[in-house]
Write a protein that binds this ligand. Structure first.
Ligand SMILES: Nc1ncnc2c1ncn2[C@@H]1O[C@H](COP(=O)(O)OP(=O)(O)OP(=O)(O)O)[C@@H](O)[C@H]1O
Length: 288
């Protein structure tokens, strides 16, 4: 039922970097892809922001996208739920298959895509409404017919927020702390039963304790969801992800910068034995 169309262990290799153990296999065919990205280029008008990306996003894995500022991480992330469609002039070349269906096919409904593939942004952005209504909003709009109290409790529990808010569900969401607001945004994303959650720097506005809570939560969520995260924080990518994609930007002969995927591999390999010198330079802090 993957139709989206309107028709039908720990390793420490470097000082201060804790890296997830190799929980995901790396043998050919071992990855169960939710997305298959084929020769993807992304344009803003005439400007080719990202060039020729090929990668696979594994089911119930956490994939991190890292790289220096402006290399196109957020641009690529937004392609996975067609958020770039909302930017005038933005378009793609190449293909993203969601399961076996072309995500940009003529019959695909972008609204349904965004229900299946939810997004959490850099800055927590709850609606200025009650905590309960923030979570119930998506299911109501999508016509999900279930006991709403149960659904709200389930989503808040999955987002590790229920115990902190169960006695104040009518309170305005803006009264919560930043970390709680971000977990509420995750609950809001979960409430419409997505398969994938895209996270664009979800911890950059949070303190270290709130960041740890979100990282712990991600480990819980990966039992059920496929997660893609853009992060500037390499330690975070190393701590939380199964696979890592390293992007950088090349400058062409006309002096124009284009983002490129340099290397995509198990996170342990990227952080211990990268195959490209540019990856090694970046993760060891020599550039970026
Ligand atoms: N809406 C837009 N219109 C035009 N150009 C854009 C737009 N959004 C991003 N770009 C350009 O696309 C390129 C990639 O930007 P993007 O934000 O995807 O990079 P990033 O790696 O996520 O950067 P950062 O880490 O700083 O957030 C940059 O040159 C940027 O200026």
């Amino acid at each position: 039922m993957n139709q989206i169309s309107t028709q039908a262990g720990r390793v420490t290799s470097q000082p201060n970097v804790t890296i997830r153990g190799p929980e995901v296999p790396n043998t050919p065919g071992s990855l169960d892809p939710v997305f298959t990205v084929e020769d993807l280029s992304v344009f803003y008008g005439d400007y080719e922001a990202v060039r020729n990306v090929d990668m696979l996003i594994g089911r119930r894995e956490i994939t991190a996208m890292i790289g220096p500022s402006g290399c196109g991480k957020s641009t690529v992330l937004r392609c996975f739920n067609r958020m770039n469609d909302l930017i005038p002039g933005a378009h793609i070349k190449g293909k993203i298959l969601y399961h076996d269906e072309n995500l940009y096919g003529d019959h695909v409904d972008p609204i349904e895509v965004r229900r299946r593939i939810g997004m959490v942004f850099q800055k927590p952005n709850p609606f200025p409404k009650a905590i309960y209504d923030n979570v119930a909003y998506g299911p109501r709009v999508n016509g999900i017919k279930r006991n709403m109290d149960d659904l709200v409790e389930e989503a808040l529990t999955k987002a590790a927020l229920w115990d902190e808010v169960k006695d104040k569900l009518k309170q305005n969401a803006l009264s919560l702390s930043g970390g709680q607001q971000q977990r509420l945004c995750i609950a809001r994303a979960i409430a419409v039963k997505p398969e994938v959650i895209l996270m664009d720097e979800p911890c950059s506005a949070l303190d270290p304790i709130a960041t740890t809570k979100i990282e712990d939560l991600m480990q819980e969520l990966r039992q059920e969801y496929t997660i893609l995260i853009v992060t500037h924080n390499m330690q975070q990518a190393a701590r939380v992800s199964d696979r890592t994609a390293f992007f950088t930007a090349d400058v062409d002969s006309a002096g124009v910068r284009h983002g490129r995927l340099v290397e995509f591999d198990q996170t342990t390999r990227i952080f211990t034995k990268p195959s490209d010198k540019r990856t090694e330079d970046y993760i060891t802090g020599r550039f970026g």
